[in-house]
Design a protein around this ligand. Sequence first.
Ligand SMILES: Cc1cc2nc3c(=O)[nH]c(=O)nc-3n(C[C@H](O)[C@H](O)[C@H](O)COP(=O)(O)OP(=O)(O)OC[C@H]3O[C@@H](n4cnc5c(N)ncnc54)[C@H](O)[C@@H]3O)c2cc1C
Length: 385
Amino acid sequence: MAVEQTYPEIREAVSRLCAQFTGEYWRKLDQDKAYPTEFVAALTEAGYLSVLIPEEFGGSGLPLGAACAVLEEIQRSGGNGGACHAQMYTMGTLLRHGNTQQKNQYLPAIAEGSLRLQAFGVTEPSSGTDTSRIRTVAVRDGDDYVVNGQKVFISRTEHSDLMILLVRTTPRDQCARHTDGMSVLLVDMREAVGNGLTIKPIDTMMNHATTELFFDDLRVPVQNLIGEEGKGFKCILDGMNAERILIAAECIGDARWFTEKSSRYACDREVFDRPIGQNQGIQFPIARAHIHTEAAALMVQQAADLYDAGKPAGAEANMAKMLASEASWEAADQCVQTHGGYGFTTEYDVERKFRETRLYQVAPISTNLILSFIATQELGMPRSF
Ligand SMILES: Cc1cc2nc3c(=O)[nH]c(=O)nc-3n(C[C@H](O)[C@H](O)[C@H](O)COP(=O)(O)OP(=O)(O)OC[C@H]3O[C@@H](n4cnc5c(N)ncnc54)[C@H](O)[C@@H]3O)c2cc1C
């Protein structure tokens, strides 16, 4: 028996939509390193990518828990929401910190699907996890900022019209706190590419449409500053709890896909004249992965409930992300083991999902950084960095 499923109608509808996009569809994309354009279009048309946008801007104004249900079901169907999940949470920075003009200009078009806000540019080659050391700078010149620098692992930039970009507007050593002096710009990719922005795809072990970005005197109008200049870190931090909870829900979906696939195969596959699942050596690791998944699912639900109630959810969001990403990885590993040699063949989709779910122990935040956050912020131990 799994943890009680919230939003059953949404889950059923998403699962029906996903059934049109079979393993064969995802396998072909994976082989071709292609973007799931048709899948994203279907999700957008059905309104699932705008569930978090308030009704006044044309979305459905649902809680985070509903968005979790959507993403979990996509992963549970064998698909990959990584192609579009950022559309859900990235707009939160604009919604919470954008001015009225910016919200009216962009949110209805994002909700309708005519404008894509899929890209979120924070990580840089030299700073890594230490965001306060980003080197991409924006210098004010009249009515524009002039942006120079480099970002790495910025996903979906080739499939997005807009990007939320974190830049330095005041040098780090001139700020009272290291996290001061950074600002958020909304970059219109349609105008930027070829005019100071160059995109270079990065080949990764799974199909994730991630890229490197090079800024060379890119001009961004000052009117595209989101929130206050110098307070950008806080703007993006706000969205990170939502991102972690949503990614955790995706991991739960992955874990359930793996465990269902393992149990089914363990019942069907006969070796030594009996189903392999009759052996406890096969049963127990699958049962253990299931138990860990359901425990993690409770934490994801708790984090989403706190977030939706407007209560502090930082610790729960981080714990949910860590537990869920570890549960999905455990379930993935057991799924390969249960399938024996067939786990390594592409036609079972196990090896593809195995590669895909590994990401979530590193991005959007790595496990060590979560442990450090809990150790210092929750348990009061001294910071190591
Ligand atoms: C496929 C993919 C898609 C991505 N998409 C995006 C995106 O759209 N936008 C974006 O901004 N970023 C994106 N990222 C970047 C991702 O968020 C980072 O890779 C991640 O935050 C880790 O940063 P890093 O790779 O620089 O690792 P590093 O910071 O170099 O860390 C390397 C390892 O060292 C560990 N480590 C570092 N410091 C410490 C410490 N003090 N104590 C203990 N351990 C430590 C880390 O936990 C990690 O395991 C993506 C990454 C990938 C792989």
